[in-house]
Design a binder for this molecule. Structure first.
Ligand code: FMN
Length: 227
């Protein structure tokens, strides 16, 4: 596939056919993704290809728990889990989300059937290897993630190249201690995503994104739009 087309069309896919994804395909995908950029070339990523149905079911339950909080925050007009937010409104929304979860409220097809995806890859990073340059600032730290998310994105691009689709998910990470226990993640590591892959039922024809002039400026962030 042509690179520009791949960059513009690798959208989130959550609906898969029953066709399985072979281990050989996953290995090829990871074999391409491993060339992703990362701080100091420390290659902090670790991947678990999750096959065991009972483990998948536990991950689904953790995903659903996070999903209910996500929906409740959205319903409250909040950007879910934004590092800068209205803490009181968020706490109230999280409480409503937990109540919805405990009452067994439905969570939507993708979440409810999260365990049935053709391929599930848990991606974690070794915190001892991240170059988190903004770690000591008095704000939420973002740079460390950049040593693992290009790798995750490359998984999705490489999967697209294989005729597959998928999505990086993070809902289950709301319950990271339980997820770590389920997947045997050591305390030196943190989850980055649970990536799911499969053969798409259909692909989006066009992705919705802001235009360049809306997010790029000249010289300064309060400068003229780059058009
Ligand atoms: C950091 C991150 C976390 C995400 N977490 C989830 C998730 O938990 N569940 C999910 O269905 N999609 C998740 N997504 C996918 C986004 O919803 C998706 O990339 C975005 O809505 C754009 O979709 P599109 O490419 O189809 O336009 C996540 C994406 C990113 C980058």
């Amino acid at each position: 596939m042509e690179l520009q087309e791949a960059l513009r069309s690798t959208g989130a896919i959550r609906d898969f056919t029953d066709e399985p994804v072979e281990d050989e395909t996953i290995i090829r995908i990871l074999d391409s993704a491993r060339f992703a950029p990362n701080g100091g070339n420390a290659q902090s990523w670790q991947v678990a290809l999750v096959k065991d149905p009972s483990v998948r079911a536990r991950i689904r339950d953790l995903y659903v728990a996070g999903f209910h909080e996500y929906v409740a925050m959205g319903a409250a007009g909040l950007r879910p889990w934004a590092p800068i937010t209205d803490p009181e409104a968020e706490a109230a929304a999280i409480q409503r989300g937990r109540e919805a979860h405990e009452s067994g409220a439905p969570a939507g097809d993708f979440a409810q059937h999260f365990d049935r995806v053709p391929a599930m890859l848990a991606v974690a990073a070794d915190l001892r290897l991240l170059a988190a340059m903004d770690r000591d600032l008095d704000r939420y730290s973002i740079v460390g993630g950049a040593s693992v998310y290009p790798f995750v994105w490359s998984i999705l691009l490489a999967a697209h190249g294989e005729g597959l689709g998928g999505v990086m998910t993070t809902m289950a990470i709301r319950r990271e201690p339980e997820l770590a226990e389920v997947l045997g993640l050591p305390p030196t590591h943190a989850f980055a995503a649970v990536v799911v892959l499969g053969h798409p039922v259909e692909r989006p024809s066009r992705l919705t994104r802001r235009a360049v002039g809306e997010f790029a400026t000249i010289d300064r962030f309060d400068g003229r739009p780059l058009r």
